[in-house]
Design a binder for this molecule. Structure first.
Ligand SMILES: NC(=O)c1ccc[n+]([C@@H]2O[C@H](COP(=O)([O-])OP(=O)(O)OC[C@H]3O[C@@H](n4cnc5c(N)ncnc54)[C@H](O)[C@@H]3O)[C@@H](O)[C@H]2O)c1
Length: 389
């Protein structure tokens, strides 16, 4: 089978590196039967950062111009790892050119933009995928299997959160993530979208919500050349930039199936290097997950007899096909990069088989609707209804 030719856009950034690695790596674990990929082009606007790209993808064309990737008839898949505000423009151009598109989250800055992308993708009949890799961890597929089998009954409540402390320190440098022109929805699209992806995967569509967004630190020093999570050196001569998008959000929501949700996320939770949890309460049992125990699901069942009830923990291991592809032994954890390798394998399998796989741009649209509703609700301090797709 001819390899799918991929152009990775934003190749020197965090996601650009991870995606490039994932295409090169997944056949080691999943074999070539679902198709393979060739990173044929890397687009990177920062020439200094682009220096080592040729070594990372031998033979690939290296360019600074994303339009070149879209115009190249050899390229099958456009992989967008660019700052958020470029996603819509680049994805739209790629879809109109008939390319398959794999776009990092958030799919677009607004639900209207995301709707437009999903509609063009449907008209063009191409494969789309949004970069929500956390649910690719087989532990979340176990959670879904338990829910779909009715083992915890009807879902009544969801609690979810995701926190980091990259901006816990008020002197942590300004970067595009805090700039409302480059990331208009701030933490809501950046981190909230991950929690929303779990909600969509495990509980269902959201029908209404009320949210409170906060800018916790209104100004940050500008320190050139610092990457994600880096502090840089401050010498007192720095310029300061306004933070123009939310640092943190608290929200309540209702799902279409009647369940209710409590969700919070932020980039200012001092000491929380990466906190991601959910709890799902049903009429017959419950599920609880924390990223601190990355492959472990806690399961409670009313069916256990009195005196023996309590949360059991299940560590996903080699009895799961996806886990076994990486590791023959239980308790050797699958982490973030493995989730991205699984995601890349699924994207390529979707293209070769013609079968889209969750989360497509339709999912990206619903998540964008939730993000939009958070922004509007926080502005108006009122409940906002989310229309059906
Ligand atoms: N799914 C996840 O878990 C996850 C994690 C981190 C980031 N992301 C998303 O991935 C995207 C990229 O984030 P990142 O952390 O890799 O950012 P980053 O800043 O590390 O990388 C972005 C790269 O794009 C390059 N770039 C900027 N404008 C460009 C242009 N016009 N043409 C070509 N290159 C350009 C930059 O030079 C940089 O190398 C964001 O949308 C972010 O929300 C997703």
């Amino acid at each position: 089978m001819t390899p799918i030719k991929v152009a990775v856009l934003g190749g020197s950034g965090w996601m650009g590196k991870v995606h490039t690695m994932a295409y090169q790596t997944f056949p080691h674990f999943f074999g070539p039967s679902g198709g393979t990929a060739e990173v044929a082009m890397i687009v990177e606007a920062n020439p200094a950062a682009a220096k080592d790209l040729q070594a990372r993808a031998p033979g690939a064309i290296i360019t600074q111009n994303w339009q070149e990737a879209i115009a190249d008839p050899e390229i099958d898949l456009i992989d967008i790892c660019l700052p958020d505000s470029l996603h819509h423009e680049v994805a739209k151009a790629a879809l109109l050119a008939g390319k398959h598109v794999y776009c990092e989250k958030p799919l677009a800055d607004t639900a209207a933009e995301a709707r437009e992308l999903a509609d063009i993708a449907r008209e063009k009949g191409v494969i789309t995928r949004v970069g929500h890799a956390f649910p690719c961890n087989p532990v979340h597929h176990l959670a879904k299997e338990i829910i779909d089998a009715g083992e915890i009954g009807e879902i009544k409540m969801f609690r979810g959160c995701q926190h980091v402390d990259m901006y816990g320190d008020p002197l942590a440098p300004f970067m595009w993530r805090a700039d409302g022109t480059k990331a208009p929805t701030g933490i809501v699209g950046d981190t909230g979208s991950h929690v929303f992806s779990f909600m969509d995967f495990l509980v269902g569509r959201v029908s209404r919500l009320i949210a409170d967004n906060l800018i916790v630190t209104p100004r940050r020093p500008v320190v050139d050349g610092v990457g994600y999570g880096e502090q840089g050196q401050l010498d007192g001569s720095e310029d300061w930039a306004e933070v123009t998008n939310p640092d943190a959000t608290n929200l309540l929501c209702r799902f279409e199936n009647g369940a209710s949700g409590v969700v919070d996320f932020s980039r200012v939770a001092t000491g929380r290097k990466f906190m991601q949890t959910y709890e799902i309460y049903g009429t017959r049992g419950s599920l609880a997950y924390t990223y601190d125990e990355v492959n472990r699901l806690r399961v409670y069942s009313n069916d256990d007899r009195t005196g023996r009830q309590g949360f059991r923990h299940i560590d996903v291991g080699p009895e799961n096909e996806t886990f076994r592809a990486f590791l023959p032994l239980p308790n050797f954890a699958l982490g973030y990069n493995e989730s991205k390798i699984i995601e890349a394998a699924e994207v390529i399998r979707s293209i070769t088989s013609g079968q889209p796989q969750w989360p497509t741009f339709e999912t990206g649209h619903h998540i964008a609707q939730i993000v939009d509703a958070c922004m509007e609700s926080s502005r108006t301090q009122a409940w906002v209804d989310i229309p059906p797709s």
